[in-house]
Design a protein around this ligand. Structure first.
Ligand SMILES: Nc1nc2c(ncn2[C@@H]2O[C@H](COP(=O)(O)OP(=O)(O)OP(=O)(O)O)[C@@H](O)[C@H]2O)c(=O)[nH]1
Ligand SMILES: [Mg+2]
Length: 435
C-alpha cells in the first residue's frame, strides 16, 4: 500500500505487538491480518512500515508479507481493499515514484527493463540506467546547452548590433561538441535496442531435415518433439536463448513443402509469417539426401531476407553437395550435426555475427536502449544542427536561441521534465499491476 492513508488502513486490519501507525519507520512488525467483522484470523504475517519520503513511491508505504499461496494472498488483499485501499493501476507505484520526483522517466523505464531482462547484459544496462547513468548524461548535455543559451543572451544584450565573430566561433565549437556526444549516444542505440528487445531467429526447411533437433540442441533440452516422420512439428515453437548476452527468440517451424491436410496448411501459413517477422533465418538442408525442388522453393521464398544456410546431419554419409550445391559457394554453408552437437559453436558465432553486423556493442558506458530515447535524441540533434547552421550563416541570434530551447525541451522529454500525459500513460501501461 502506498499513500497518506496506508498506515491507518493497516491499523484497521492488523493485530500485533504494535499498531502500524505508532511504529517507527522501516520496521517489520509481527502479527496477524484479521477479517474486520468476524475478527477471524486470515493469516499470520510480517508487516513492514516505511514512512515517507524514504520509500519506493516517496509516500508512506506498508508491505504485508503473508504466506505465499494463491487463496491466502487473495483473502489478505480482499481485507485490505475492504479497509479502504484500492487496487493499483499498472505501473502506478513506479509512476508515483516518478511524479513525486524520486526518480526520472529513464529510471522508471529501467525498472521495467530490469523486470523483463532475459540476459545478463540486458540486466546490467537496466541496473545502470536505474542508477541514473542515462539521466546524468542527459543532465550534463542540458547543462551545457543552458550555458550556451546564457552566453548567447548576454552577447545579444551587450552588443549594439551583432555578436562578435570570435564569440560566434566559440558558440559553434561548443555546440559541435554537444552534437558529437549526441552522435555517440545515437551510435549505441541500434545495439541497445537489440540487447533490450532481442532478435528473432526462425529455423526453416523442408520436413525432417532436423529443425526441431537444432532447437533442442541450442536450448540443451528436449523442448520440441523430434521424430523420423516428416511433418512432426505442425505449429511453431518459440523459446528464448541467450547467446553472449544477446537475447534470441528461436522459432522452430513446421516443415515447408508437403501438400496435405488443413492443420498443415495453417502450420505453413504460420511458418511464412515467422519468416517475415524474423531478423535472421536459418535455412536448413539435410546433408544426407540430395537437394530437391522443395529446398529450391524455400530458398526462393527467402530472397531478400537475411539468412544462413545450414547443412545438418553431417555425421551421415553426405549426398547433398554433388547434387545441389556449387563448390564455389561452399564456404557460405555452416555444417552441423544437431544430433551430435558438431558445428554448434560455429553456428552460434555466425548467428551472433549476422544479427550484430553493423551494430557495435559497447562493453561499458551509457547505451541508449529505447526507441523513444533515440527518437528524442535525433530531434535534438536536428535542432542543434540548425542552430550551428544559423550561426555559420550569420543570421540573427534569436533564431539560434529558439533552436537551442527546442533541443532542451526535446532532451527533457526523455527524462520526463517535458513529457506529455499521453506518453506517460503509454509508458506506465506497459508495467504489470503492483510495480
Ligand atoms: N543422423 C542424424 N540425424 C538427425 C540429425 N538431426 C536430426 N536428425 C534426425 O532426423 C529426424 C527428424 O528430425 P526433426 O528434428 O524432427 O526434424 P524437423 O525438421 O523438425 O522435422 P519436421 O518437424 O517434420 O519438419 C529425427 O529422426 C532426428 O533424430 C543429425 O544431425 N544427424
Ligand atoms: Mg520439427
Amino acid at each position: 500500500m502506498s499513500g497518506p492513508k496506508a498506515l491507518t488502513i493497516a491499523d484497521g486490519l492488523f493485530r500485533g505487538d504494535r499498531r502500524p501507525s505508532q511504529s517507527p519507520s522501516h520496521r517489520i512488525l509481527y502479527g496477524h491480518v484479521l477479517e474486520l467483522e468476524a475478527k477471524r484470523i486470515i493469516d499470520e504475517v510480517l508487516l513492514m512500515v516505511m514512512r515517507a519520503p524514504r520509500t519506493y513511491t516517496a509516500e508512506d508505504m506498508v508491505e504485508i508479507n503473508c504466506h505465499g499461496g494463491y487463496l491466502v494472498s487473495r483473502n489478505v488483499l480482499e481485507v485490505v481493499l475492504k479497509c479502504g485501499a484500492r487496487l493499483a493501476e499498472p505501473g502506478e507505484f513506479t509512476r508515483r515514484a516518478f511524479l513525486n520526483g524520486r526518480i526520472d522517466l529513464t529510471q522508471a523505464e529501467a525498472v521495467l527493463d530490469i523486470i523483463r531482462s532475459r540476459t545478463g547484459e540486458g540486466l546490467r544496462l537496466g541496473v545502470e540506467q536505474l542508477e541514473g547513468s542515462l539521466l546524468r548524461e542527459l543532465e550534463a548535455l542540458r547543462h551545457h546547452l543552458v550555458q550556451i543559451l546564457t552566453q548567447l543572451e548576454v552577447a545579444v544584450d551587450f552588443s549594439e548590433s551583432d555578436i562578435q565573430i570570435a564569440q560566434r566561433d566559440m558558440l559553434i565549437t561548443a555546440l559541435e561538441k554537444i552534437l558529437c556526444r549526441i552522435g555517440d549516444l545515437l551510435q549505441t542505440s541500434s545495439s541497445g535496442k537489440l540487447i533490450r528487445e532481442g532478435a528473432r531467429l526462425a529455423i526453416v526447411g523442408k520436413p525432417n531435415v532436423g529443425k526441431s533437433s537444432l532447437l533442442n540442441a541450442l536450448l540443451k533440452e528436449d523442448r520440441a518433439i523430434v521424430s523420423p516422420l516428416p511433418g512432426t512439428t505442425q505449429d511453431t515453437i518459440e523459446e528464448w536463448l541467450d547467446i553472449e548476452g544477446l537475447p534470441l527468440r528461436v522459432i522452430d517451424t513446421a516443415g515447408l513443402g508437403t501438400t496435405a491436410n488443413v492443420i498443415e496448411e495453417e502450420g505453413k501459413r504460420r511458418t511464412e509469417e515467422r519468416i517475415y517477422q524474423a531478423d535472421l533465418v536459418i535455412f536448413m538442408l539435410d546433408g544426407s539426401i540430395p537437394m530437391d525442388e522443395r529446398d529450391d522453393s524455400i530458398a526462393q521464398r527467402l530472397e531478400g531476407k537475411k539468412y544462413l544456410t545450414v547443412i545438418n546431419k553431417i555425421d551421415l554419409e553426405q549426398r547433398l553437395e554433388s547434387d545441389g550445391l556449387q563448390n564455389s559457394k561452399r564456404d557460405l554453408y555452416i555444417r552441423i550435426s544437431a544430433l551430435h552437437g558438431q558445428g554448434l559453436e560455429e553456428l552460434k558465432r555466425s548467428i551472433l555475427d549476422a544479427v550484430l553486423s553493423g551494430h557495435s556493442v559497447p562493453s561499458e558506458g551509457v547505451v541508449v536502449t529505447r526507441l523513444r530515447h533515440r527518437d528524442a535524441l535525433m530531434r535534438a540533434k536536428i535542432s542543434l544542427e540548425q542552430a550551428v547552421k544559423t550561426l555559420t550563416d550569420g543570421l540573427s541570434e534569436e533564431f539560434v536561441a529558439v533552436d537551442i530551447r527546442d533541443a532542451l525541451a526535446t532532451l527533457g522529454e526523455i527524462t520526463g521534465q517535458t513529457t506529455s500525459e499521453d506518453i506517460l500513460n503509454r509508458i506506465f501501461s506497459e508495467f504489470c499491476v503492483g510495480k
